[in-house]
Design a protein. Structure first.
Length: 356
């Protein structure tokens, strides 16, 4: 379909579904213009309808469904106004709907070990058309209900990160991250039957405190040489919520404060946090930790309730969430990626060893 054909198709879809008291392209009330990175809805003003967030959302829902799977519209939190270069005041503004071509597509890796060997340095491929540069990642948070595919995605990340970063793994459930680490000869901090929960969290605090010392040392080096490049160091914590529940207040407070310091100071010194939890409310991690993370992943059931901690401003209405295991939403916040939430399908991979 060429540009004019899409414009015609979109106009038709909007004429039929918008129901704005008979206002349509036939009454010359608006027109649609297709661009490379999205389309414009240009109202002719004064208009007999309100040009507000509600109208923007309605157009989003109609257009996103009509364009699927040729284009995926990128959901905005409110109406996205753009000025139009013209002297005609009646059409000097438009609502912009950014898109990318196609839909989010799952990456399927037939041999993970071979894939890692060929993987480009510092690149974490997440979907066929989505890749993250680890140099630009501060922290990754992964939320999702039980059975949604968090551990599966974490195993993929561990495998990829192991080739580019030193890893410190904390596994309160003594589950799949521990099994993965055993096959890679990487130490794991996990609970043991003859020690108390508080003792276990203290052990975690010791590890976090050593990471903080490394951050301070690295800061001193950076002070002398601002371009110094450090090796990545990543603290991976599975099921964070399980760590902060049922331990004495002092130990819990130290845990929270250490996490916060690492999240805030780790950015420049290449010390990262990868955190997994069923949810990221203030009981799981301090708000600052959530705010510092720049890769946000919500897997499993998506509703305004489940996304309230990672995407508090997002209304998920109208976003096409793929169905199947390991699907949900992702947002990557850095200069390379648009500041938007995308439908996510986590990679499916096969290994010779069998981790699960
Ligand atoms: N991207 C994927 N491709 C194929 N299978 C997947 C994918 N993601 C998840 N699965 C399957 O879904 C099942 C549940 O996933 P997983 O155990 O990771 O869930 P979870 O969120 O960690 O659950 P829990 O919190 O109970 O541990 C796994 O058996 C896994 O094989």
């Amino acid at each position: 379909m060429n540009k004019t054909e899409i414009e015609k198709y979109l106009s038709q879809a909007l004429n039929m579904a918008l129901s704005m008291n008979g206002e349509s392209t036939y009454t010359n009330s608006f027109f649609v213009e297709v661009q490379e990175d999205g389309f414009l809805f240009v109202p002719r003003t004064p208009a007999g309808y309100l040009i507000d967030d509600e109208l923007y959302l309605k157009i989003f829902i109609i257009a996103n469904a009509s364009l699927y799977p040729r284009y995926t519209l990128l959901k905005q939190n409110s109406a996205y106004f753009v000025p139009i270069k013209t002297e005609d005041i009646h059409v000097q503004r438009a609502l912009f709907f950014p898109w990318f071509k196609g839909i989010s597509e799952r990456l399927v890796i037939s041999n993970l070990t071979e894939y890692i060997l060929k993987n480009k340095a510092n690149q974490i491929k997440i979907m066929k058309n989505l890749c993250v540069d680890y140099n630009k990642v501060t922290g990754i948070v992964i939320a999702g209900n039980s059975g949604s595919g968090k551990s599966y995605f974490l195993t993929y990340l561990l495998e990829v990160l192991n080739s580019m970063s030193e890893l410190i793994i904390v596994d309160p459930k003594f589950d799949s991250p521990s099994r993965w680490a055993r096959t890679h000869n990487i130490p794991v901090i996990h609970p043991v039957s003859n020690r108390s929960k508080s003792d276990f969290v203290s052990q975690v605090n010791d590890a976090l405190s050593s990471v903080l010392s490394i951050i301070y040392e690295r800061q001193t080096i950076l002070y002398e040489n601002p371009t110094h490049e450090f090796k990545h160091l990543t603290v991976v914590i599975d099921e964070v919520l399980a760590l902060s529940e049922g331990v004495n207040k002092q130990i819990k407070d130290s845990f929270m404060s250490l996490l916060s310091s690492i999240a805030l100071l780790g950015r420049a010194t290449r010390c990262h946090l990868v955190l997994v939890s069923q949810r990221f409310d203030f009981n799981a991690v301090p708000v600052s930790v959530r705010e510092q993370a720049n890769v946000l992943v919500q897997i499993g059931n998506i509703s305004s309730k489940t996304i309230q901690f990672l995407f508090p401003d997002l209304n998920p209405e109208g976003i096409v969430i793929p169905i199947g295991k390991g699907t949900g939403l992702i947002q990557i916040i850095n200069s390379e990626h648009p500041y938007q939430v995308l439908p996510l399908l986590t990679p499916t991979f096969y290994t010779e060893r069998g981790i699960f």
